[in-house]
Write a protein that binds this ligand. Structure first.
Ligand code: EPZ
Length: 420
């Protein structure tokens, strides 16, 4: 397994180009199953998660070409079940269920596993499908979903932690070809859901209200092929903004969208890291001393849970007490014990992490555990004195396109070490 070897203490300087959004690309790739015509999707990030989704589409019978960030998919003839092992390994693949139900009136997919950040149930996905008339059977680790004809209806998709992003995406995709009108209450408002709705409307769907808690889908007969460019990755953008602040550098972010990051920019500014708009670019650098801040992760447009770990890697440097409360997932503090190896002082009290910041970090070997925790460890290694080896970097490769090369271009001393 690869790892990153980082020699910290170098302020990052220069420009970084933001890749397309992983969390927009995955449901949009699934949506290509809704038509037998070719779809062309640009700015698809080259990640292990997107390459996984390519394998899943191919295992369903679609023809897929993926080169230089452009994906061409033609799902001319497809089957209703995906390879058990493939689906089980990547949670995001649950969003093929909606398109398969709309196209074939059946879907047989493995129950997506939970992961280290939480149980990741899919009860709300299934609630939405059942509201559209789908019969669900769960047996032997598989979900067997069948329906004579999808019938539009109204439903409330809010759960224990508010809306569900992929649940909204799944039901929205199924409803595009249902008979009649579907209204999703407590829909997720994330920009990735809006990007998917734009993709579906370009295919001929009739969706309104995407980005608001109430989404209305008027079913149509058929959807056609389309060309689309994926929105920039707001979490990659947040990650590089935090890295600029943590290393006391100055980084120009190119190709990001400030309007997707208002909560992150607000908290960074409170913590003493300024994000200045220069045309379409954003220039990030510290403004005075770092200050402690309190953060609670919330559904969009609140502070994103996917930027929580990275923010913690900044706040361990801010003298004083910061309180970070994780309201979306049950156990998204796996980075805490690894940050402690670098000298961070953090105590966990239930859903909150109490960060006693201000002590400089010193490098040590650390273990990545999930995608965003690994980003936090890289940021901490960049600001720590001495060397930090971040092991199991495959977690990071799931969601960041060539992060080591992008950081090297910003002056970081970082090497990818291939394990023999
Ligand atoms: C998406 O996951 C993202 N993944 C996650 O990003 C992100 O953290 C999450 O949304 C929240 O913003 C992709 O888009 C591929 P949810 P998703 O359903 O849709 C509970 C990353 O790092 N819930 O919005 O699976 C669930 O347990 C990843 O890029 C139910 O209770 O998340 C959680 O507490 C990590 N029942 C909350 O809702 C359900 O049926 C939000 O989950 C579904 C979810």
């Amino acid at each position: 397994m690869d790892s990153f070897l980082i020699k910290g203490g170098v302020p990052l300087h220069g420009e970084v180009n933001i890749s397309g959004s992983k969390n927009a690309a995955l449901p949009i790739m699934a949506a290509t199953l809704l038509t037998d015509e070719p779809c062309v999707i640009r700015r698809v990030p080259d990640l292990s998660d997107t390459r996984f989704m390519v394998k899943i589409l191919e295992s369903l019978g679609a023809q897929v070409k993926f080169e230089n960030g452009t994906l061409t998919v033609r799902a001319k003839k497809i089957k209703g079940y995906a390879d058990y092992e493939l689906v089980r390994k990547m949670r995001g693949s649950i969003c093929i269920a909606g398109p398969l139900l709309a196209r074939l009136q059946k879907a047989r997919i493995s129950l997506p596993g939970g992961c280290i950040i939480g149980a990741r149930p899919i009860n709300l996905h299934l609630k939405g499908f059942e509201a559209l008339g789908v019969k669900i059977k769960i047996e032997g680790g598989y979900i067997d979903a069948t329906v004579k004809k999808l019938i539009g209806s109204s439903m409330f998709l809010g759960g224990r932690a508010g809306p569900t992003v992929l649940g909204t995406a799944n039901v929205m995709m199924a409803a595009t070809l249902a008979d009649g009108i579907t209204v999703i209450e407590s829909a997720a408002c994330e920009p990735e859901v809006v990007d998917l709705a734009n993709f579906l409307n370009a295919m001929g769907a009739q969706i309104s209200g995407a980005g608001s808690p109430t989404v209305t889908i008027v079913g149509v007969e058929k959807l056609h092929g389309v060309e689309h460019e994926v929105i920039p990755d707001r979490i990659e953008t947040a990650t590089f903004m935090v890295a600029a602040g943590a290393t006391d550098g100055e980084v120009t972010i190119k190709g990001g969208r400030a309007e997707h990051l208002r909560a992150v920019i607000d908290k960074l500014s409170e913590a003493g890291v300024a994000v200045e708009r220069r045309g379409a670019d954003m220039v990030v650098r510290r403004k005075g001393k770092l200050k402690p801040v309190d953060i609670a992760t919330l559904p969009y447009s609140g502070f994103p849970t996917d930027a929580q770990a990275q923010m913690m890697a900044l706040l361990v440097l801010a003298p004083g007490i910061s309180i970070i409360t994780e309201r979306i997932f049950e156990s998204r503090f796996m980075h805490v014990s690894e940050l402690a190896r670098l000298g961070a002082e953090i105590e966990i009290e239930g859903p909150s992490a109490i960060v006693k910041g201000g002590k400089p970090l010193s490098g040590a070997p650390v273990m990545a555990s999930d995608l965003r925790a690994s980003a936090a460890l890289v940021i901490a290694g960049l600001s720590a004195k001495g060397s930090t080896q971040v092991n199991r970097i495959y977690h990071l490769d799931r969601g960041y396109e060539r992060m080591d090369l992008k950081l090297k271009k910003l002056g970081a001393r970082i090497q990818r070490v291939q394990e023999k």
